[in-house]
Design a protein around this ligand. Structure first.
Ligand SMILES: [Zn+2]
Length: 500
């Protein structure tokens, strides 16, 4: 059986989740559900990044114990995962013992490869970014992400010999052995690699940062974010204890990340794995940022969309579908209440919901709910095209284009209803013709239900009950499953009017 291991980035627990976290969660969950529906042994990991100076500072300012502070913040991420109907197999926390031991094991591998050395480092440090910035990263002397001037810091650090792997990493990305989606991000990374990667500062003195993972054999230092955070993808599988999950699922098939952390994943992380002699991930899928009502979200503008609030007032399927359908998978996108309503009513309620409800109602009206038999599906070629596009788009990290192919197919079915006019056929008592039309329509709705399931799991589950189909079947078995001669359940509104 083939396997697919995918991860989200781990969320930084210095604040509650924002809409970008929801976006990444949804993208990952759709892809995970898609691979499971293909019959692939899928493992989906998400989690939280709980160390670092920023968290330490935030907790201290709030007068809290740091562990207790992150224990509280992580609850919001658990809730977001639950409210979004996420099917993650595990949730890794970097303050866990399993992770800490795993990170130390990887550190030791890098030491064995002679890629860790002690040096003193001076640089412009932004605590918001938790990174040393170069002069050219600054605008008016300030970090462009945080709008604050970085502080000049000199300290004794361990360094990782990343420069040694720069050319190798470039080759891997250029050749496509390590895929980076979309192309614009791949090219951005290649341009960055053309300048050559430099060694990176890999630890912090403990007196500056008491909140982190101890460097093995040096009590005065803790690991900096690279070995602490990036390693989660491996440690969560039980790397510290040589767990069988490592053998089963590593290397990762897809790391899903935001565009701001591409360099770390396609650079530092790959270098670390090369140094440790571990197999490399297959692909990195990079998404953009979400604006609100056309503007960057900010408290001062009052346009911040809290995903937990949104989920408290809107159906989860509506939120999932909006993010997948409206935000270009590899690019920035916008959240607006108006678009949220439009997308919901046009694609879900009118196109999908209306198709399902018309078809089921007509089967009840004209055939007492019993689905007529057809010998072959009229739209087999169109469906084959739709499914092929759906698969290739999702597998190439474009879940927006993936769902668009299904929406086109639904439109085709809706047009078929308009053209064949089953109500007229019924009036004229053309029963054989009517049976053929309805049999084809039910078959079409059935197939669409399987393809929509990763995007809108609740509504499709409800529809599956009405159609008497098993959504637990994989795509291939599901498409072949027989609906003819089954008695359909009564239709209920799958996408009731939104009250937002
Ligand atoms: Zn910054």
């Amino acid at each position: 059986m083939s396997k697919f291991y995918l991860t989200t980035a781990i969320a930084y627990t210095n604040a509650k989740p924002h809409l970008g976290h929801a976006l990444e969660f949804v993208f990952a969950d759709i892809i995970a559900r898609y691979y499971r529906a293909k019959g692939t042994d899928t493992y989906f990991l998400t989690g939280t990044d709980e160390h670092g100076s920023k968290i330490y500072k935030t907790a201290k300012e709030a007068g809290r114990d740091t562990q207790e502070f992150v224990d509280d913040v992580v609850q919001h991420f658990y809730k977001l995962a639950k409210d979004l109907n996420l099917t993650n197999d595990d949730f890794v926390r970097t303050s866990s013992d399993l992770h800490k031991r795993g990170a130390q094991k990887i550190w030791n591998k890098l030491v064995e490869a002679d890629d860790i050395y002690l040096n003193s480092y001076s640089g412009l440090y932004c605590s918001g970014c938790e990174a040393f910035l170069s002069e050219k990263d600054l605008v008016d002397g300030k970090c462009t992400n945080h709008m604050v001037a970085p502080e000049l810091l000199t300290e004794e650090n361990y360094f990782f010999r990343l420069s040694k792997y720069s050319d190798k990493i470039k080759d891997l990305i250029k050749s496509g052995e390590l895929k980076v989606y979309p192309d614009v991000r791949k090219n951005e990374m290649l341009a960055f690699l053309n300048e050559g990667l430099q060694d990176v500062s890999f630890s912090r003195p403990k007196n500056i940062l008491p909140w982190g993972i101890n460097v093995p054999n040096d009590d005065s230092q803790v690991m900096y974010v690279w070995c602490d955070a990036l390693t989660n993808y491996l440690t969560a599988l039980g790397y510290a204890d040589g767990d069988t999950k490592v053998a089963k699922y590593w290397p990762c098939d897809l790391h899903i990340i935001g565009k701001d952390i591409l360099r770390f994943h396609a650079g530092v992380w790959i270098g670390m794995l090369l140094s440790a002699g571990l197999p490399l991930p297959k692909a990195i899928g990079v998404h953009g940022f979400v604006t609100s009502e056309g503007k960057k979200m900010s408290k001062s503008l009052g346009n911040v969309v809290d995903p937990l609030d949104l989920l408290a007032t809107s159906p989860v399927d509506a939120v999932r579908f909006y993010l997948a359908r409206e935000i270009p998978t590899g690019d920035d996108g916008d959240f607006s209440k108006e678009r949220f309503n439009i997308v919901y009513s046009s694609d879900l309620a009118n196109n999908f919901g209306n198709l399902a409800s018309r078809v089921v109602s007509m089967v009840h009206k004209y055939f007492n709910g019993v689905v007529p038999t057809i010998t072959e599906f009229k739209f087999e070629p169109e469906f084959a095209d739709c499914f092929k596009t759906y698969c290739s788009e999702i597998e190439n990290f474009d879940i927006k284009k993936g769902i668009e192919s299904v929406l086109h197919f639904m439109t085709l079915l809706n047009q078929y209803v308009e053209e064949t006019k089953p109500w007229a056929l019924a009036k004229e008592a053309k029963t054989a013709e009517l049976a053929l039309v309805m049999g084809n329509l039910v078959e079409g709705v059935k197939r669409v239900t399987y393809l929509m399931a990763p995007y809108v799991p609740n509504a499709t589950l409800e529809l599956a009950k009405i159609l008497q189909i098993d959504l637990g079947l994989n795509f291939e078995a599901g498409f072949k499953s027989v609906v003819a001669e089954k008695t359909l359940g009564e239709i209920t509104p799958l996408f009731p009017r939104l009250e937002i």
